[in-house]
Each structure stands twice: as C-alpha cells, then as structure tokens.
Ligand binder design. Structure first.
Ligand SMILES: C[S@@+](CC[C@H](N)C(=O)[O-])C[C@H]1O[C@@H](n2cnc3c(N)ncnc32)[C@H](O)[C@@H]1O
Length: 362
C-alpha cells in the first residue's frame, strides 16, 4: 500500500501547510502533560478548563475528531496519527472549522527531504490513508525530534513556554536520516506516557485502527497487550478505551488482549452504527461501510491489574477468521489478499478430493 506522503502532489510544501494550521498542532505534547484541560489554539491557555480530555489514537485526517469537537465544546479532543501528513490534514480540518477544542500531536516537527518535497510527479491531491505500515511514514518523519520547545529543551513546563514551538524552518531531513528511519522499521510513534499525566484521559478512542494482520506485526496493533497495559495508567477513574473496527478477526484478537491486560468489557456491539446512528462518521467507517462493512464495537475499562502479564493469544489475524471462508460476505480491511489465497487453496483441495485447508493457529 502506498503511504500518504507518496501521494503528495509535486508542489506540496509541508512547511507552508504546517504554518497555516500550526495553532492546532502541538509538537511538544510532554509540555502539556497534566494540563491538557487548559489547552487553547496556538498553545495559549483557556480560562475555563475542559471537563474531559479524550484521545483519538490513529485519528487519520481527523474527520471524526473534528466532528466530535463540534458536538462537545466542553471536551478537548487530542488526535494523534503516526502519519504526519494525516496529522497535518487533521489540523487543517480543525482550523477550517475553527474549533477551539481539537489539537493534533506531532512528536517534533516532521521533516520532508527533497525527494519527498518533490513528491510524485503527476500525483493527485494530497490524500491520507492507511499505509498499513507506519515504517513507511517513518521514512519521512521526525528527523528533527528535539525541535520541540522554543529553547530546544524538552519538557519545559507550559508555564515557562506556553506556546508549543512550531519551527518548520528548522526542519531538515538528511537523506541519510530518512533512510535510517525507513530501515529501523520503527513507527513514528509518540510515547503517550510522557504526553499525558496519570489519570488525565477520560477516554481513548480507536476508530478503525490499522489491522496489521501478520503475526510479526501484531505488536503494532493499537490493541496489542503491551499497549493496553500502557494505556491503563493514563485513564482516569471510570474512563476506558473504545474500539470500532470493521474487522471481526481484529475484534476477536482485541478481546483476548483486553482480557490479558485486565480490562473489563463494558459494552460490545456487532453493529455500532445501528446502535448509535447519530455518531459522527470517520473517514474509514464511511469508506468501509460503502464496501459492505459493519462496525464492531468494544468498550472496556481497566479492572484489577493482572499479576502476571504474558502474551498467550494467537497473533496472526488469520487465526481469527471463521472456518467457512466461502460464506464470508465481507472481507475485513487489510485481509483481502490472504482470504483470497485461502479460498483458492481450499477450492484446489476440494477439487482434489482432499480435506479443506485450515491455516494453523499462530
Ligand atoms: C485505517 S486508518 C483509520 C483512520 C481514522 N481513525 C478513521 O477511522 O478514518 C488507521 C490510521 O491509524 C494510523 N496508525 C497506525 N498505527 C498507529 C499508531 N501506533 N499510533 C497512531 N496512529 C497509528 C495510520 O497511520 C492510519 O492513519
């Protein structure tokens, strides 16, 4: 799959676009930890504190985040996406609407090397999407991680520097650093434990997160055990996480992870849209619904912390596919290729009079 950056048009200038919406971008989330309820556009401080702080993790272009912000002016919606181009688009959406309760995180100011700045000649409009591989995004991100405060010192208190620094002019990615990022395979992630104080979040939303079906990428799923353990301290009393996904395998995998991480399921739905018709649409919900998807939903709150944290669940999403693939009307996002292969293999086995092939549980 192509990354958002690979679809940028030739004249795309991240720095220019960034300047246009920088009031809705925070490049130094750590400076606001414990104080997000006072955030205002441009990194100024608002008079009346927000009643809740909600994180939209993997926010994409922010359609959902901004729609929620419009509906709930008393709540601060913080969006984060590993794809900095998506984050930029999300901030532009917030700026266009003029909401004062949506902010999008970047870990330092992303840099675009010449090769990316030039874009793909003949490319269309800038579009964000699920590259399915955060490491692709990494190739053109955060080469200038320390570029986070006016003084260059990370973690300055908001009192010392109330305005998160926006310094795209300082951003420069050497080709070497870009390639190094690409090689490392590490997603352009942000350490949420430095961005939010203990108990600061009223909810953590995951809308149609990237499924990463392969076993070797399971750790990148937002509902992977280690990540769920990491979210626990950030959630306030009674606060929880909410997952919406088109993917029954990802839903079922997530249930195993929630149990291992000591979460208690407070709600489950096999058709969230039917239950909540007025819920704002996310871009992926719209796109996947048009392809026949129905949104599964789970809400869960941290219960007693597990005494022993150990990954015991099958990690490939193939393990969570139903037995009869021929009756599967909707193939989850990201699994089309593998389901087609399995169907073809089964057809071949049937034709040879053999038992149908079931992939091993891995
Ligand atoms: C399928 S898109 C969904 C976007 C949006 N939530 C929606 O529903 O339209 C998944 C997004 O998650 C982002 N993503 C993947 N891994 C992430 C991570 N570890 N942290 C934050 N975002 C992530 C991807 O870059 C992508 O934009």
């Amino acid at each position: 799959m192509r990354s958002a950056a690979s679809r940028l048009h030739k004249g795309f200038s991240f720095a220019k676009r960034f300047q246009g919406c920088s009031d809705w971008i925070c490049c130094d989330g750590a400076a606001w930890a414990g104080r997000w309820d006072a955030w205002a556009p441009g990194g100024t401080v608002r008079g009346k504190a927000f009643s809740h702080v909600v994180l939209d993790l993997g926010c994409g272009k922010g359609e959902y985040t901004v729609a929620c912000a419009k509906l709930r002016p008393d709540v601060l919606f913080v969006g984060f996406d590993v794809d900095a181009v998506c984050t930029l688009r999300a901030a532009e959406a917030a700026s266009a609407v003029g909401v004062d309760n949506a902010v999008f995180l970047m870990d330092g100011v992303p840099s675009f090397g010449d090769e990316v700045e030039a874009g793909i000649a003949g490319g269309g409009a800038v579009s964000c999407g699920d590259s399915g591989n955060p490491s692709e995004s990494k190739a053109r991100e955060l080469a200038d991680r320390p570029c986070s405060t006016a003084t260059g010192a990370r973690g300055d208190s908001p009192d010392a520097s109330l305005t998160p620094v926006k310094c795209p002019e300082q951003a420069h990615a050497s080709r070497a650093s870009v390639r190094q990022g690409a090689r490392s395979g590490a997603p352009a992630e942000i350490d949420l434990s430095t961005v939010f104080a203990v108990g600061e979040l009223s909810a953590l939303l995951m809308n149609f997160p990237t499924p990463f079906p392969k076993k070797k990428k399971a750790h990148l799923r937002l509902t992977y055990l280690d990540r769920l353990m990491g979210y626990r301290p950030l959630l306030g009393r009674g606060a929880g996480i909410r997952l919406r996904t088109d993917s029954q395998p990802l839903r079922d995998f997530s249930l195993t992870q929630l149990e291992l991480a000591g979460y208690e399921i407070t709600w489950r739905s096999d058709d969230v849209r039917a239950e909540f018709p007025d819920e704002p649409w996310s871009a992926y919900e719209r796109k996947l619904t048009e392809q026949g998807a129905c949104a599964f939903g789970i809400a869960a709150c941290p219960g007693p912390a597990p005494e022993h944290v150990e990954q015991t669940a099958p990690l490939s999403l193939v393990s969570y596919l139903p037995d009869n693939l021929d009756r599967l009307e909707y193939v989850p996002h990201g699994m089309q290729g593998c389901v087609e292969n399995l169907r073809n293999r089964n057809a071949r086995e049937r034709a040879r009079g053999k038992q149908e092939f079931r992939p091993p549980v891995i």
